[in-house]
Design a protein around this ligand. Structure first.
Ligand SMILES: CC(C)(COP(=O)(O)OP(=O)(O)OC[C@H]1O[C@@H](n2cnc3c(N)ncnc32)[C@H](O)[C@@H]1OP(=O)(O)O)[C@@H](O)C(=O)NCCC(=O)NCCS
Length: 269
């Protein structure tokens, strides 16, 4: 089921900006295959110069979509209404299915057996896939990372491209074909040590082996690079992440300069 709340207003963009900020929502990403809404509009022959709608969406697909439509004289009686769609949009159905499948798997007490986790290494041209997950990450878990959602929410395409170019390994994870996680790794020019960064699993896909699969992808890449260790930093208070890393044979390797972070290390054979 997909829910949409429609606001009729004189100034869609201003109201949309307010609710994106208040709810940690994001600008709706353009349809698959398009880097920007402008590209999409051009292809569809639509002029966006005087756009009269704006939309805000929950970056991890749980909350309703907010649509803001321009009307010259919104009346108090019908300025807001609800649209409810039942299974009309594949994306919404996928989201619901992931949540239900993980819940069922967790309740059964074993997670990895009934769901398929796959990982894919992104090319630079696939940066829009990285962007939508990364914006969801920064909205969901700001306490776990150094970057802020506000630093990236309106980042130009070129900045996302640079991010994917500068960091040599960028992996996304799919659970039953739905993108639910991301991780990166760098080697800083060192042939011996790889650093695991940017690990995130969508809240509705946690506890299903997604983190394990992404660590596996990083370890495989590190081995291909001839590295002898994989290292990472994690907030000392981030117990779910520490448990994931410990289960994957990362060992405590001292505190970082910032007192609230610890270093962990896994030695490769
Ligand atoms: C840390 C994180 C990547 C773990 O991903 P995951 O695929 O759920 O990993 P795991 O299944 O191994 O779960 C790790 C721990 O999370 C907790 N957990 C398990 N299922 C969970 C769920 N459904 N919801 C919330 N937490 C859950 C458990 O403590 C678990 O440890 P345990 O299995 O040893 O008890 C994920 O929680 C996340 O993205 N958190 C926010 C971002 C973050 O902290 N990134 C790490 C930065 S260093």
């Amino acid at each position: 089921m997909q829910m949409q709340i429609v606001f009729q207003t004189r100034n869609p963009s201003r109201l949309a900006d307010f609710w994106r900020h208040a709810l940690r929502y994001v600008r709706e990403p353009p349809p698959d295959g398009y880097a920007t809404w402008d590209d999409f509009a051009k292809q569809a022959g639509v002029d966006l110069t005087d756009a009269n709608v704006d939309a805000a969406v929950d970056p991890f697909g749980c909350g309703p979509r907010l649509l803001f439509e321009r009307v010259e004289n919104p009346t108090i009686g019908n300025a807001v209404h609800l649209d409810i769609n039942v299974a009309t949009r594949a994306q919404a159905v996928d989201d619901a299915r992931v949540t239900i499948d993980v819940e069922v798997a967790n309740r059964r007490g074993g997670t990895n057996h009934i769901m398929t986790v796959t990982t894919t290494t992104l090319t630079i041209d696939e940066w829009p896939k990285w962007r939508s997950l990364r914006l969801a990450t920064l909205a969901d878990a700001p306490e776990a990372f150094g970057s802020r959602l506000s630093d990236w929410a309106d980042a130009p395409d070129q900045r996302w491209r640079s991010r994917l170019r500068d960091v040599p390994l960028n992996v996304i994870a799919m659970l039953d074909n739905k993108s639910v996680g991301q991780v990166s790794a760098t080697n800083d020019g060192s042939s011996t040590s790889v650093e695991l960064i940017s690990m995130w699993v969508a809240p509705n896909a946690r506890g299903a082996g997604v983190g394990d699969a992404m660590i596996h992808a990083v370890i495989s890449w590190a081995e291909d690079q001839g590295a002898s260790v994989v290292e990472l930093s994690v907030k000392a208070a981030n117990l779910p992440a520490r448990r994931l890393y410990e289960r994957n044979r990362f060992l405590f390797n001292g505190n970082r300069d910032q007192a609230d972070e610890v270093r962990m290390i896994r030695t490769l054979p």
